[in-house]
Design a protein around this ligand. Structure first.
Ligand code: GLC
Length: 429
């Protein structure tokens, strides 16, 4: 997309949404524009939280909705920020973006009580710190989970799968039986297979679950071309068209949730935000769903889940930096994080909230996640820094070719290794 088209689109979206913004109180001092994502009820919760801040402070807020795909969202942000635009003050950013976008954001340590950062999980604060600058504050944390239909497993006498081979077998068995019983739309397993950041996440989970490492090691060396990674990708490619619909090659999180929530899949890989939605009053599978760790690659593989999540950052060009930083302080605060976790399943970045009895009572996934998080696997964004997006694009494109049958896993990974090594050399220059 040409630079100015992207910017115009965002500006137009901002203008459009401005009409629907919280009515500024008579003596409004400042208007802060915030871009928040549209996954699940994320945008609605963002709006409620920001409007509460506006009420409290006498300021006004304006909202910009962003694309659902993380990759499209990043492209728009990059266009806007590279052009030095001040149209958006506060950006919701992915945990893998501080290294890519950090230069465009304010050092929040200059605007917010530094003690505030200390209340969040240290690993996230570390991620948000680029060259000693606190470029964002953590907002919520994500981890990849396996959602399953409890009722169907019970009906067909199958346990929750602990390896991918179990999952494949169970998915096939239940899909066939349900189809024979008349549900010809039934599939086994849905996930995120479009060529975008979400596929990088899924691929990392498959590879790590087979013991194939993390694409790039802690020291920056490219590790992706190994037999376990080949086995992981070949396994996933084998699902497409059998237990997984071909259409998954164009699925992001919301399409996967759509298929699962409408009752047409036995298993789904997704983030915690899907939990309250699949159990919502309008959900056909309400009360029929369980969550578990993603399966292991094999008996010597491991349960894993990618670490995801979002942060809030302030545009360095913002004309209202103090108000913008104050909005970030409010939204990332304990009370607001608790509200978002209870209503929307957006998991807190504040360890203290994982012991909150109200929260655990409403959303049991929060309690499970507290135990699982130490086993989560991070994408190599820290190692790749500004080049992370290129690394991820090389990865999801190579994996997409394998899934769609246009490349063999071994060849694709050998090619990927060469491209990532080229990137590595560029980063050292
Ligand atoms: C979620 C995660 C984010 C990840 C994205 C991939 O938004 O929070 O970390 O990059 O999904 O689609």
């Amino acid at each position: 997309m040409p630079l100015d088209t992207g910017i115009r689109r965002l500006a137009a979206a901002a203008a459009l949404l401005a009409g629907a913004a919280a009515a500024p109180p008579a003596a409004a001092q400042t208007t802060v524009t915030i871009a928040c994502s549209a996954l699940g009820i994320g945008h609605q919760l963002c709006r409620e939280g920001a409007e509460a801040w506006a009420q409290e402070t006498g300021n006004a807020v304006r909202f910009v909705a962003t694309p659902k795909s993380a990759t499209d969202q990043l492209a728009l942000y990059q266009q806007l920020l590279a052009a030095g635009s001040a149209d958006i003050d506060v950006f919701q950013i992915d945990v893998v973006w501080p290294g890519i976008l950090g230069d465009h954001f304010l050092d929040l340590a200059d605007h917010i009580d530094p003690a505030a950062a200390g209340e969040h999980l240290p690993v996230l604060v570390e991620t948000a710190t680029v060259d000693g600058r606190l470029v964002a504050l953590p907002w919520f944390i994500d981890m990849g989970l396996l959602y399953y239909r409890e009722d169907l497993l019970r009906r067909h006498g199958r346990p929750v799968p602990t390896t991918w081979a179990d999952l494949e077998q169970t998915a096939r068995l239940i899909r066939d039986a349900e189809r024979a019983a008349g549900n010809d739309r039934m599939w086994g397993y849905v996930w995120q297979g479009r060529a975008y950041e979400g596929l990088t996440v899924n691929a990392l989970e498959w590879i790590d679950s087979f013991g194939g490492g993390t694409i790039v090691g802690d020291d920056g060396a490219v590790t992706v071309n190994n037999p376990q990674a080949v086995e992981a990708l070949a396994t996933a490619a084998g699902w497409v068209g059998t237990i997984t619909p071909q259409g998954v090659l164009n699925y992001t999180e919301e399409e996967a949730r759509g298929a699962f929530q409408s009752g047409n899949a036995v298993f789904m890989r997704n983030w915690p935000y899907a939990w309250p939605l699949v159990n919502g009053s309008d959900s056909p599978v309400k009360g029929m769903v369980g969550v578990a760790p993603l399966p292991r690659g094999g008996t010597d593989g491991k349960h894993t889940g990618a670490l995801g999540g979002q942060m809030l950052a302030v545009n360095r060009m913002s004309a209202v930096p103090d108000a913008a930083a104050d909005l970030v302080r409010h939204l990332t605060g304990a009370q607001e994080q608790k509200r978002r976790a209870m209503r929307g399943g957006y998991n807190p970045t504040r360890p203290a909230l994982y012991e909150d009895a109200d929260l655990i009572a409403v959303n049991p996934v929060v309690a499970d996640l507290a135990g699982a998080l130490p086993g989560a696997v991070a994408r190599p964004s820290r190692q790749a820094g500004q080049l992370y997006n290129q690394l991820s694009a090389e990865l999801y494109q190579a994996v997409h070719r394998v899934l769609s049958g246009s490349a063999e896993a071994a060849d694709a990974l050998a090619g990927l290794e060469r491209s990532l090594e080229r990137l590595n050399r560029r980063s050292r220059r």
